[in-house]
Design a protein around this ligand. Structure first.
Ligand SMILES: [Fe+2]
Length: 293
């Protein structure tokens, strides 16, 4: 036994002592989360047979994640994304809606901006000099029972055909390929854009080093983001993916799932069109944290 009365070599006694130290945490949900994190962290250290040097490497990695984050980039979001944790949490959080036919969620991601421009129904979100084939998007927002949701706020954002969001690309005007629409009395909205391209996740930080160490590719399949806000309903964040993209079954952030894959149909005039359905579950309307101003 050591001076605290712990058997020095007993991991279970150590775990129980650490859990006991958490027993007075006043916030019950925080206590539950910390208890679980402590149990899994200890089990992880035992299963991986972690050495002190390896623990130091891991802690230095977490420090590097923080240092690489700032107003233009959130390396922590990227870490949760490339480990599949963000997708897991979103799918778990939506499981009740999914059981009743709700639209599958997908990551908000790091590129949503807080003040995307309001646009009229049918408006083009691409500046005149944006290259690439035209894409017409028609959508409908409904409740799980199929009732149309009028006046819903529909935010969309996407990368250009070069695979860059406007805030990553000096060639694009500010707020290009972004918009905020409102559904009509039948829950419908539409806009014109260009067909997006897939893009690499940022790899100039510690997550890039991790992906390289894992021998993984760094690409997301082409997609359009949506965030839908309707009174009395849970906010839906999702993405629709180009089913012809070579990485549509191999998304580096594991966001491309079954029903979100879309065939971009020819519009007969050299462009493409997609129809999207956004089915929202009743509940508290709470906006996710916006990563960019
Ligand atoms: Fe994206």
């Amino acid at each position: 036994m050591n001076t605290q009365g712990l058997p020095a070599t007993d991991p279970q006694a150590l775990l129980e002592a650490v859990l006991a130290s958490n027993s007075k945490t006043a916030n019950s949900r925080l206590k539950q989360i910390l208890d679980s994190a402590i149990r899994h962290l200890h089990a992880f250290a035992v299963e991986a047979d972690l050495t002190p040097a390896e623990l130091d490497i891991g802690l230095d990695f977490l420090v590097a994640i923080g240092k690489a984050s700032g107003p233009k980039k959130h390396e922590g979001i990227l870490l949760a994304d490339i480990l599949g944790v963000a997708t897991l949490v979103q799918l778990r959080n939506a499981r009740l809606a999914l059981a009743e036919g709700g639209t599958e969620p997908a990551l908000v991601g790091p590129f949503w901006r807080a003040h995307q421009p309001r646009r009229a129904d049918g408006e083009c979100i691409a500046s005149a000099d944006t290259p690439g084939p035209r894409l017409t998007v028609r959508g409908r927002v409904t409740s799980l029972d199929g009732k149309p949701l009028a006046g819903a706020r529909v935010e969309t954002w996407q990368a250009s055909p070069k695979g860059l969001y406007e805030n990553q690309d000096e060639q694009q005007p500010s707020m290009n390929l972004r918009g905020r629409f409102e559904t009509d009395a039948d829950g419908r909205f539409s806009f014109v854009s260009v067909r997006p391209a897939g893009y690499p996740v940022p790899v100039d930080g510690p997550c890039g080093e991790l992906l390289a160490a894992q021998g993984r590719h760094i690409l997301r399949p082409a997609h359009l983001h949506f965030l839908v806000v309707a009174e009395g309903h849970r906010v839906l964040a999702t993405q629709f993916f180009d089913s012809e993209d070579p990485h549509v079954h191999d998304d580096v952030v594991f966001g491309a799932v079954g029903s979100l894959l879309k065939t971009f149909e020819s519009d007969g005039q050299g462009g493409f069109a997609i129809d999207v359905e956004l089915r929202l579950q009743r509940g508290e309307t709470k906006l996710p944290k916006c990563p960019l101003p």
